[in-house]
Design a protein around this ligand. Sequence first.
Ligand code: SAH
Length: 397
Amino acid sequence: MSASALILKKGRERSLKRRHPWIFSGAVERVLGKPDSGDTVEVKSADGAVLALAAYSPDSQIRARAWSFAPGAKIDAAFFGERIAAAVRLRESLAAAKHTNALRLVHGESDGLPGLVVDRYADVLVAQFLSAGAERWREAILDALVEATRCEAIYERSDAEVRKLEGLEPRLGFARGNREAKRCPIVEHGLNFRVDVEGGQKTGFFLDQRENRQRVRALAAGREVLDGFSYTGGFAIAALAGGATRVMAVESSAPAIEVARENLAANPLDASKVEFVKADAFTHLRTLRDQGARFGLIVLDPPKFAPTAAQARNAARAYKDVNLLAFKLLAPGGLLATFSCSGGVDTALFQSIIAGAALDAGADAAILERFHAAPDHPVALEFPEGDYLKGLLVLRK
Ligand code: SAH
């Protein structure tokens, strides 16, 4: 094992003692030895106590990510085998596992595997290695995934922007097995979807919204529905299945709409009730408002406007604008299911943005429910950053 170590500045051991897994560059007093990117290092307090074993990442502001806080832990292939087996077991125990064959199997820090994301789409796994440490243990991780799931195909989508911050090049393609993966068929609560694992956004599908799509389905009966950022039609198709009288799905990406059309056709539903609009949602909602359109249920699930708190200001503006338009488009008694997946916008800020939007729209509104990511996206208590997805169900009185 490497004898390298990071010695922390005095007083900077506090977050590690609370088992937060990130060691920022500013907390490091000095580096002992010559660790390479991804090497396991001991993290020591100023007085020499070993606090954690962590993956060294010399290019990142997050200089190291803790693998383990156990004093005698050994970071080796067996370690990854155990962590991945535990993550897979947890998913097997979830109620969601009875309703779908598409689940997030590994959710990074919250599964004790910083920088690793793995989604399962039926018998295909999609893996993202997003940190120097995950990259270093790639082979062991891939072997452990095959062992724990018996899936023979693993597609790698290590093309996320964050890899640059870790000094890693993008990597795409099958890491294990090989098959057609542009339309992986999955089932979610009885609805059929096709997932473009190779070219879709993120790993191909937004699994975190599964239970919220199901909730929208239950609320949609008899309502005219607007799905503002519809991607491959998840909410739109759920709403139609729930008895929506008409659905308008707005999306700016042509490839996403193409998959959405196929998804609609893959279900025994009246496709003539759905209109796909390829447009910028901000522009299109403004046009609808000017035309005096009204909807009984609006879903807004925009992309991440603020990955970090630093971008929260501009993001707040964008969230407010689009939600204000939605309030104007809601009929009295209408429902708005509105989401933010921005890590930089917390629940309290999001709620105040929505309150501001309702006020400016002249809408009298109340929160009926709160939404979160599905339970296959756990949030480790010591890692509040994992709590990125928040949503509100708001009634326009
Ligand atoms: N609700 C979807 C996921 C939405 S992801 C689901 O359940 O699957 C956000 C989507 O917004 C992406 O598909 C992205 O292409 C789209 N998007 C981003 N900016 C947009 C804009 N300005 N107007 C319309 N769509 C946009």
